[in-house]
Design a protein around this ligand. Sequence first.
Ligand SMILES: NC(=O)c1ccc[n+]([C@@H]2O[C@H](COP(=O)([O-])OP(=O)(O)OC[C@H]3O[C@@H](n4cnc5c(N)ncnc54)[C@H](O)[C@@H]3O)[C@@H](O)[C@H]2O)c1
Ligand SMILES: O=C(O)C(=O)C[C@@H](O)[C@H](O)[C@H](O)COP(=O)(O)O
Ligand SMILES: [Zn+2]
Length: 369
Amino acid sequence: MTEPVRVEVRTAKPYPVVIGRGLLTDLVDTLAGTRTVAIFHQPPLADTAEAVRAALAETGIDAHRIEIPDAEDGKELAVAGFCWEVLGRIGLTRSDAVVSLGGGAATDLAGFVAATWMRGVRVVHVPTTLLAMVDAAVGGKTGINTDAGKNLVGAFHEPSAVLVDLATLETVPRNEIISGMAEIIKTGFIADPAILDLIEADPDAALDPTGSVLPELIRRSIEVKAKVVAADLHEADLREILNYGHTLAHAIERREKYKWRHGAAVSVGLVFAAELGRLAGRLSDAVADRHRTILASVGLPVSYDADAFSHLLKGMQTDKKNRNGLLRFVVLDDLAKPGRLEGPDPSLLVAAYSAIAKDEPAAAGPILL
Ligand SMILES: NC(=O)c1ccc[n+]([C@@H]2O[C@H](COP(=O)([O-])OP(=O)(O)OC[C@H]3O[C@@H](n4cnc5c(N)ncnc54)[C@H](O)[C@@H]3O)[C@@H](O)[C@H]2O)c1
Ligand SMILES: O=C(O)C(=O)C[C@@H](O)[C@H](O)[C@H](O)COP(=O)(O)O
Ligand SMILES: [Zn+2]
């Protein structure tokens, strides 16, 4: 990939996703002329946030950096409340802007704060994890977790730009790179099987943030997401395909009190969805088995506690894709041929779950915590 690359997200209010290295100048250019900017960042990004704040301040912008709690602890109502309070204190108005700097938890939280402050102010996302680059920062889904479930409170609020600085990946812990790979693999199965070929050719190379494979995987994933959200921003139909594997994944995350990485839960959810497709007689053994093999090849989990099914079933009942009390899953009819499975017979769910169940509770390895 020759950098920088621009992917346009052609929704009603189009915006660019710029993929490159050292994009501080792009951020300064994007925000030129803005009076006040609030930069919400996760703790490991404090130095970067300070550099961004200083660069914006040099151009005359009243720039503030605000640290938010790390990871899913940031996607809490109390944190959103704190952010709204800060925006009030710094006098951020509708002609001003919010910047998110961090992983998907930061883009989701800052996006939600921007969506709700004064009923919507501009937000620019600077995703710094693999998962946030390929998925969370693009498409305008924002939200927080509540006792009722994962992401059940939120808003569609599109960014005015997304700046993907590949250099930030070099400090991301390996388990977070692995977690992001789950969403890339999801994208491979639903829309772009060339992604799967690239990963299978050399899983280690695919995970290397300094190599040439990962930038291509990032670009391909963003291109798919941009096309899907441009066609169906509000998830009336097509956009549901991006939720492949997430029905079970969100129930797992909730059961694990949000201590499992999102990508780890998505990985287990993808294998479950593949088993559903296979047992419903819709997906071939070869494609179903390929899920397990490719996810395991990059170090992602592919099974979950045997005892958890009834708990997870309850969690899945709050999934946003459900209609009229019926569970609805994204399943595959083939590679890049996503469909829906509505109101599956409970025996099918049990059979699919027993195909992913394991007797011992998952060991708390780095991918989970
Ligand atoms: N809105 C969407 O469309 C969408 C899509 C996918 C996922 N999500 C959400 O995204 C969240 C998961 O995002 P995530 O996987 O990025 O997790 P995360 O935001 O929790 O970040 C993971 C960890 O990486 C650290 N980190 C971030 N950037 C770093 C860097 N450059 N160097 C070192 N450490 C760094 C963070 O501080 C955190 O500890 C979930 O809440 C999920 O629901 C949203
Ligand atoms: O962008 C989408 O649409 C997705 O479903 C992408 C998912 O990877 C992401 O985890 C999203 O946050 C899930 O959305 P939700 O509507 O199920 O909360
Ligand atoms: Zn996801």
